[in-house]
Design a protein around this ligand. Structure first.
Ligand SMILES: NC(=O)c1ccc[n+]([C@@H]2O[C@H](COP(=O)([O-])OP(=O)(O)OC[C@H]3O[C@@H](n4cnc5c(N)ncnc54)[C@H](O)[C@@H]3O)[C@@H](O)[C@H]2O)c1
Ligand SMILES: O=C(O)[C@H](O)COP(=O)(O)O
Length: 464
């Protein structure tokens, strides 16, 4: 937890002079959030959940980052996780950002984090190849009775009858080829577009649906991809359907994707359609899927997610969430997340955030102090922030202000030597003034003593 702001007389201050930069005229006083036992000024603390690739974690310089993997770190400046279902109480007040090593962020309370001014990052595309390969495997598992065949060979083997009976039983396990069949891809992002491309290379016809497709994804699609207007066209016309969209836990009528693969869609599907779901289990109405099978469909459901209703249904093949579990994907996602966290903590840069606007500002010079401010996106807040800086006679060298829905983010580089004779006598006072502006959520004065310089307003009180 951050220590409650103390009266000026007992505040903890540090003189910000990095030994290696003694010549740099960078010496202002800042209140430190170092009341916690293991918060050593000079290091950033990264709390991990799940097993994160050591290659990714090695991107943090050991001299300035402490990665805590084996215990709760009450002073985490950043949290790094995979599918761990993060609770608000696991996010200490010191936390500036959260990074998901992967694509889906539905295990993180993103809206609440936005209210708290905490950017949530993910790693777009980092694990897409791994998932795409397993989607292709899923198409094959749904086409040929591979799983059943392996089971039968085990059974015969147990009885010592495998060699004798194999040629007699194999006719039970026939299948169909992918070549010439039509695959519908719902969601043409990193995974969906790569799936479309490689399915076409296997000779499949591809139909796609994604009203929000990026140009980058569009360029990856095979030339003969047929884009359709709705999911009904996909289900009505395809032999295979691959789901590659995010899970948003509200009903489709409210903009979510919960149960978006509905009874209506399933009942309109071809009788032997193979549905491959490496996106999220909650996208599918499991009851409706069971009813579809039980009403005489020969369809197959291949999914990467648990399902307590369908787990033992003969038309279903379920895997234990293995899509991104390759060395390559784990290394790539963790490395991307580590870099994203460092860029944010050290420079205030925001890239690959699911709740904050992309923000970059070229790096500051030695005589510059970089201030990052998170505020509610409402009229007058930016003007009030700039007013506080003017009151401190601060000269702004460059700044960027970005907003997305109800959050705004500012990175402001100010001249180091200009704080004088104004309303505020110290940088710490200035930080308090800025943070207490109506609508401001938090502020960071980025400096050479890592882990310091963060202040926050919590229920109207100032915390550093
Ligand atoms: N099984 C796994 O281990 C695994 C691994 C990675 C990702 N995933 C899941 O796959 C999803 C997709 O991953 P990605 O890397 O391709 O993400 P992405 O963001 O690159 O692509 C998602 C695409 O879905 C589209 N989309 C969103 N809502 C849609 C809707 N209602 N209808 C049609 N299109 C819609 C978007 O416009 C976007 O193009 C992730 O959100 C995650 O849930 C699973
Ligand atoms: O959304 C994702 O990236 C995947 O579901 C991967 O999850 P994992 O990192 O827990 O394997």
């Amino acid at each position: 937890m951050l220590s409650k702001h103390l009266p000026t007389t007992s505040r903890h201050f540090v003189r910000l002079l990095r030994p290696s930069l003694q010549t740099r005229p960078f010496s202002f006083d800042l209140a430190l959030d170092h009341k916690q036992a293991d918060n050593v000024p000079g290091t950033f603390h990264v709390q991990t959940y799940n097993a994160i690739s050591p290659i990714g974690l090695s991107k943090y310089p050991a001299s300035t980052y402490e990665v805590v993997t084996d215990r709760v770190c009450p002073t985490a400046h950043a949290i790094m996780l995979r599918s761990h279902k993060l609770k608000e109480e696991e996010v200490p007040h010191t936390t500036r950002c959260i990074a998901r090593c992967g694509a889906g962020t539905n295990n993180i309370p993103v809206s609440r984090m936005t209210e708290l001014g905490i950017p949530v990052f993910n790693t777009p595309g980092a694990n897409a190849n791994a998932v795409k390969e397993l989607v292709l495997c899923g198409l094959l598992l749904g086409s040929r009775k591979i799983v059943q065949g392996i089971g039968a060979m085990r059974e015969l083997g147990d009885k010592g009858e495998a060699r004798e009976k194999v040629e007699k039983i194999k006719s039970q396990f026939g299948g169909q080829e992918l070549k010439g069949k039509t695959l519908g891809v719902i969601g043409l992002g990193h995974i969906g577009s790569a799936t479309a491309r490689d399915a076409a290379a296997l000779g499949m016809n591809v139909v796609g649906y994604d009203p929000g497709m990026s140009i980058e994804s569009a360029l990856k699609l095979p030339n003969n991809t047929k884009l359709v207007e709705n999911m009904k066209s996909v289900f009505a016309n395809c032999d295979y359907v691959s789901l590659n969209i995010p899970y948003i836990p509200s009903e489709p009528s409210e903009g979510g994707t919960h149960g978006i693969i509905s009874r209506d869609l399933l009942m309109s599907a071809k009788k032997n359609c193979v549905i491959v779901n490496f996106a999220r289990g909650e996208l599918v109405d499991s009851e409706a899927m069971k009813d579809w099978f039980d009403s005489g469909s020969d369809g197959v459901y291949v999914s990467d997610f648990p399902d307590d209703l369908l787990y033992d249904h003969p038309n279903t093949i379920l895997l234990p969430h293995l899509g991104a579990s390759t060395e390559e994907a784990e290394d790539a996602a963790a490395s991307m997340a580590s870099n994203t966290i460092q860029n944010f903590l050290e420079n205030g840069e925001i890239v690959n955030s699911v709740n904050f606007p992309e923000t970059r500002l070229e790096s500051r010079g030695d005589t510059t102090v970089r201030i990052a401010i998170v505020n509610e996106n409402k009229t007058g807040v930016l003007a009030a922030i700039l007013g506080e800086l003017a009151n401190a006679n601060i000269n702004i060298l460059q700044q960027v202000n970005r907003s997305s829905s109800n959050i705004a983010y500012n990175v402001i580089d100010v001249e180091l030597d200009t704080l004088s004779e104004g309303k505020f006598k110290s940088w710490a006072e200035l930080q308090e003034g800025l943070t207490m502006v109506d609508g401001v959520i938090s502020s960071r004065f980025m400096n050479d003593v890592y882990g310091t310089g963060y202040a926050k307003k919590i229920e109207g009180n100032y915390y550093v």
